[in-house]
Every structure is written in structure tokens, then in C-alpha cells.
Design a protein around this ligand. Structure first.
Ligand code: SAM
Length: 430
């Protein structure tokens, strides 16, 4: 979870997806009252990691006090500060490397509005390392002609073992000031060259915001899996990030900040907020795919790739609308109540992978059970049980699982032969 300490920023990233937060007439600094409120909520909620960001967190005059409060209320919570690095170096004296890590988001020198800022960033970075802070470097690709050697050589020079990177994402419903998807083919080759350069210098690169699986080609993906597992693991699915504003409102992420926000203290923990956004926002956007070609893609249909950042969607999102999953559940429930389990299963089968969460899966298990399709019923029920952490639902699913007779694994209706696998593999267009 991330907490915005100051909306104003000393940096000038041309691609920044936080700018709409700043443009509107909102409060700049988080108050100490809200810091204390957040600290006590985070402690009760058992938040394991907290990133302090903005804008620029070093612009908050009470940054050191804020860190102290978090250290006292939640000693086990890991803290890190996301900084653009443009701050007064004395501020590093006021915080301790024992209390927080630092993530420096660094741009190429020509991307700073004030040419002196790059020097300041580098001198603060060096000082932070000398002082013993855990320091990670981050880099955002936002133009096609970026220097592929810039971040690898900087990270190497300062003795880092890795760096974070992504291709800058847009803000939903705003004209993009980042690389458009039509140019992904070209920019992917340069990103791959950057990853090669990183590996040559014995660095691993971890991806921040996700990219679509088709950004890289198959052989590039195979190479990336070996040299940059932290990049390959993040490619594909976009999930709620949860950024908390100075007013203690939560947005799904900066890229989708225009959509909606909820009150932090209305929820018991991060998991509950995550699920709220997933139900309200993600299930509306995910089934459509970010791009036209997503509809034909196996990885999209099987939930392995959402097409990258959901902010690329151009559709309208209706926050008042009942969630797509709720609609599916209600349709299936009605069919079951009317004694039409076949219809319930059809509704389930026709739905997108992304809507088939635990409850629709459980409903599908009931429908299959009523139709005497016991293997299918068992599989859906067991899968639903794995998907949910809700104790009530788990126990209901458990009751159903107790009842479903299974013929025994060796007597199952279809025993795959070697030929099935050959057929499966030959259908994959490898
Ligand atoms: C909005 S910044 C605020 C904190 C600080 N000023 C900084 O530069 O890190 C927080 C994070 O957002 C990332 N970021 C900014 N614009 C982005 C974009 N368009 N796409 C993806 N990440 C972005 C930055 O790299 C940074 O890691």
C-alpha cells in the first residue's frame, strides 16, 4: 500500500501519471492528524509494506516525524520512500537507514526541466548509499529514443544489483503523454536491448507496472525469464495497487485515479479494499481487454494477461453499475432457483475468465452437481474453495464437496492418452 505525503513535486517527469491529482484543487500535505489515523489503521490492519510517495515525500516538512510515528506504531511494517531525488541533502540527515529504504526514480539528464536537478539527484543518491540506506533505482521508458545504456550503467556505477523499470503508463481518460501502443513493437526492441545491457553488467531488472505479454516476442520472453525473473513475473496482469491520498481516500492506482475513490477507514484491511476495487473497477474493464487484439488472444482468455495497464481502456466505466460478477452470480442463481442448472452452466461458460471468481465457480459446481456431472462439480467446487478466504463460503463449499461422489481417479470419464498431449501442444501455435 502507498501513502501520498505531499502532492506537490520538485521533479518534472514529463510522463508522470500523478499529475491529475495535483491539478485539481486538493490539499497538498497530509496532516499529522491523518498520519496518526493512518498509522493506527495500518497497525490494526496488519499492513506489511508501506511506500511513502507523492508528489515528492521529501517536500513534507514533517517527513522525519511521520517515519518515527510509523516505526513506533508498526515496528514490523517495512517502509520505503519513493523519491524523484530533487531535495535538500540535509534532509537525509534527519532520517535513518534503519527505518526506511529509498527508491530513486531517475530520468535521463535531458528530461529534467532544470539541468541542475540531475546533478542534485545523483549527489543525493550517492549520499544515501554512503549513509547506508537500502537504495533501489527506478527508470521509466517514456520516449522511443531513450538511451538503453543510461539506467544499466548508472546502476552498475553505483554498485546496485538490480533496478526497477517500466514503460510509462497513461492516465485513464486523458490524452497520453507516453509511448502509444502502436509504437510498442519498436520500443520493445529497445527495452530488450536495455535488458541485455543490464544482464551484461550482471544486473537484474524488475518490472513495475505490467506490460502485455505480447510486448516481447516468444524468444525474448524465454531469455527474459532466465536473466530477469523479476520482469517476466510481472508481465501480463494489472491489479489494484492502492494509493492513499492525504485525505485518507484510496484510489486503485494513479493511472485510474479519475475513476473513483473510497474512504480508507470504511474498510478493515488492505485485502477488503483490494477486493472492492477488483469488483467495481477491474471486473468492468478486464473482460474487454485493453486492445482490440486481446479478444483473439489465448493468454487473455485464460487470464494470463490483461493486456497490461488497464488505463489503456477507452471505454466508459460506470461506478454505480452493479459489478459484472454480481450480474453473473444473480443470473446463475435465478437459473438454479428456477430449476435450470443447464442454463446456469451456460451462463458460466459464456462468461469471461475474469468474472469466474469463487462465488460463480461455486454456483457452477452446484449446477454441475444437479446435472449429475460429478467430476465437473468437484473440480469447480474445489477450485472455488482455493479461490476464497471467506470462512462462510469455504464451509458451504466444503459441505458440497462432502456430497459429490467421484468415480475414483483411475475410473474418471476421460483418461488422457499421449496423443491428447501431442494434439494440445500442436494447437498452441508455438
Ligand atoms: C508518482 S511517483 C511519486 C514519487 C516520487 N516523486 C518519484 O518520482 O518516485 C511514484 C512512482 O510512480 C512512477 N510513475 C510515475 N509516472 C508513471 C507512469 N506514467 N507510468 C508508470 N509509473 C510511473 C514513478 O516511477 C514512481 O516510481
Amino acid at each position: 500500500m502507498n501513502l501520498v505525503l505531499a502532492r506537490s513535486c520538485s521533479n518534472s517527469c514529463p510522463y508522470c501519471f500523478e499529475t491529475t491529482e495535483r491539478n485539481e484543487d486538493r490539499q497538498n500535505l497530509i496532516s499529522m492528524e491523518n498520519v496518526n489515523k493512518f498509522a493506527s489503521w495500518a497497525n490494526n490492519a496488519g499492513v506489511p509494506y508501506l511506500s511513502l510517495l507523492g508528489g515528492e515525500p521529501f517536500l513534507h516538512p514533517k517527513l522525519a516525524d511521520i517515519i518515527r510515528i510509523f516505526r513506533q506504531t508498526s515496528p514490523a511494517m517495512e517502509l520505503q520512500i519513493f523519491t524523484g531525488g530533487v531535495f535538500n541533502k540535509e534532509l537525509l540527515e534527519k532520517i535513518s537507514p534503519q527505518d526506511t529504504g529509498l527508491i530513486f526514480n531517475i530520468n535521463e539528464p535531458s528530461d529534467y526541466r532544470n539541468p541542475k536537478h540531475f546533478k542534485k539527484v545523483i549527489s543525493n543518491l550517492e549520499m544515501a548509499i554512503r549513509k547506508g540506506f537500502i537504495v533501489v533505482l527506478g527508470f521509466n521508458v517514456w520516449r522511443e529514443d531513450f538511451d538503453i545504456k543510461f539506467m544499466p550503467s548508472l546502476a552498475h556505477y553505483y554498485g546496485r544489483t538490480n533496478f526497477r523499470w517500466t514503460v510509462a503508463n497513461p492516465q485513464w481518460n486523458c490524452p497520453p503523454n507516453v509511448i502509444k501502443p502502436e509504437k510498442f513493437d519498436v520500443v520493445a526492441q529497445r527495452c530488450f536491448a536495455m535488458l541485455k545491457e543490464a544482464a551484461r553488467l550482471d544486473l537484474t531488472a524488475d518490472l513495475d507496472c505490467p506490460l502485455p505479454l505480447c510486448f516481447f516476442n516468444e524468444s525474448q520472453l524465454a531469455w527474459i525469464r532466465q536473466y530477469h525473473p523479476g520482469t517476466s513475473a510481472r508481465i501480463g496482469r494489472c491489479e489494484p495497487v492502492l494509493d492513499v491520498t492525504p485525505e485518507l481516500e484510496v484510489i486503485r492506482c494513479f493511472a485510474l485515479s479519475k475513476l473513483t475513490r473510497v474512504k480508507l477507514t470504511d474498510f478493515p484491511n488492505e485485502n477488503a479494499i483490494w477486493h472492492w476495487f477488483f469488483r467495481k473497477v477491474d471486473t468492468q474493464l478486464l473482460p474487454q481487454g485493453c486492445f482490440k487484439h486481446c479478444g483473439d488472444c489465448q493468454h487473455f482468455k485464460l487470464g494470463k494477461c490483461s493486456g497490461g495497464c488497464l488505463a489503456w481502456h477507452e471505454c466508459i466505466v460506470d461506478m454505480e453499475m452493479q459489478s459484472e460478477t454480481s450480474k453473473l452470480v444473480m443470473g446463475m442463481q435465478q437459473a438454479l432457483e428456477e430449476g435450470q442448472p443447464t442454463l446456469a452452466l451456460e451462463l458460466y461458460d459464456r462468461s469471461s475468465y475474469y468474472l469466474k471468481t469463487a462465488i460463480p465457480k461455486f454456483a457452477a459446481a452446484i449446477a454441475a452437481y444437479q446435472l449429475g456431472k460429478h467430476e465437473q462439480a468437484f473440480r469447480y467446487a474445489a477450485y472455488a474453495q482455493d479461490l476464497t478466504t471467506n470462512p462462510g463460503l469455504r464451509s458451504q463449499i466444503g459441505d458440497l464437496l462432502q456430497k459429490i461422489p467421484l468415480p475414483g481417479y483411475k475410473k474418471r470419464s476421460h483418461i488422457p492418452s499421449g496423443n491428447d498431449y501431442v494434439e494440445f501442444i500442436s494447437n498452441q501455435n508455438i
